[in-house]
Design a protein around this ligand. Structure first.
Ligand code: SF4
Length: 347
């Protein structure tokens, strides 16, 4: 039987019921694909429903404020995805009358849409013959064809693309793409796949050569850099003080006044008094240190909880006063700050 027939048959019997599979609406497919980048399906599902409910059309999303979008995105991480989503929605609203473009190269030109997402939208929504290549497909193809070039090199990528081109079903790209991604996600899993129950075991080179556990190869992982954040959770009566980040992955999110460095510093707390112009009396109530791992960086975060005896005047004029209740409801926060607030309310 032809490869595609076996794969699609497997898919029909094993696929998960996910809401974005029942639609050909490119907007909904786009939202789901962006949410699912670096995010598990179970975690992304509630965010997908929340987005579609709050912003049912591209124009609704285009006209929303970035702050409201980031509030909805809180907890998902990789906030540039939300900012790019907004930017692309504004462009579609402005230049394409709110109608999602239906050709691959225009889709690819939108902010935050790479080759994988463009192929997913083009094939699922418009049945255009563009194969998708996500991490699950890379793994499955590298094992099936026994490709030993590292998949994070140009040569490895080219080999995988070529191999995928051989089995790709041009006549039904939408269902073929869904099926191959699902196969990688559910059957040809990273650890201990059930090869003895696999429909392709008779042709799988990695299985024949006992290399399933080794493939795919990767040349090298991103070097993780240590970073040290010191946050000042300053309290005056029921209020606290925050600032908006202007750069980095948490750009435009809000945080406590902070010092960031590449070296651990015991003296950072001394710098706090330099924040004020009117010398309030500083009382340190608590300090708490935690680790937060991002893909390329390990953050050692220390939070000082500080009570003040009078309303502070800040030297840095982007710091402003809010009620503690407004944290996370009116002002979007990174997961690191959210977790700290949760810990504080549970103490
Ligand atoms: S035999 Fe094993 S490694 Fe090969 S495609 Fe099937 S599940 Fe993946």
């Amino acid at each position: 039987m032809e490869f595609s027939t076996v794969l699609i048959d497997w898919y029909q019997k094993n696929k998960r019921n996910l809401p974005w599979r029942d639609t050909t609406d490119p907007y909904k497919i786009w939202i789901s694909e962006i949410i699912l980048q670096q995010t598990r399906v179970s975690q992304g599902l509630p965010y997908y429903h929340a987005f579609i409910t709050q912003y049912p059309t591209i124009s609704d999303l285009a006209m929303a404020s970035e702050k409201d979008i980031l509030i909805l995105w809180q907890g998902l991480g990789y906030y540039s995805r939300a900012r790019n989503l907004h930017e692309a929605a504004k462009n579609i609203h402005l230049y394409y009358h709110g109608i999602f473009p239906s050709d691959y190269s225009t889709i690819l030109s939108l902010k935050g849409i790479g080759e994988y997402t463009a192929a997913a939208i083009a094939s699922f929504a418009f049945k255009l013959p563009h194969p998708v290549l996500d991490g699950n497909v890379y793994r499955f193809i590298s094992r099936l064809f026994g490709i030993e070039e590292p998949i994070d090199t140009n040569q490895g990528k080219k080999k995988i693309q070529h191999a995928l081109g051989i089995i790709f079903d041009q006549s039904q790209p939408d269902i073929f793409n869904q099926a191959i991604m699902e196969f990688g996600a559910l059957q040809c899993v990273p650890k201990k796949p059930a090869c003895d129950r696999c429909a392709f075991s008779h042709q799988c080179i990695a299985y024949k050569n006992r290399k399933v556990d080794q493939l795919p190869y990767k040349r090298g992982r991103t070097k993780v850099v240590n970073t040290f954040h010191t946050y000042f959770f300053i309290r005056y009566k029921e209020n606290t003080y925050i600032e908006q980040r202007t750069e980095g992955i948490w750009k435009n999110l809000y945080q406590f006044p902070m010092v960031e460095s590449l070296k651990s510093s015991e003296d950072t707390i001394c710098e706090l008094s330099e924040y004020f112009t009117n010398n309030p009396k500083i009382k340190i109530i608590d300090s708490y240190t935690t680790k937060h791992l991002l893909s390329h960086r390990k953050i050692y975060a220390t939070f000082y909880t500080i009570n003040l005896n009078k309303r502070p005047l800040f030297l840095k004029n982007n710091i402003f006063e809010i009620t503690m209740k407004a944290m996370g409801t009116k002002y979007p926060l990174s997961i690191l700050i959210q977790n700290f607030m949760k810990r504080n309310t549970h103490d």
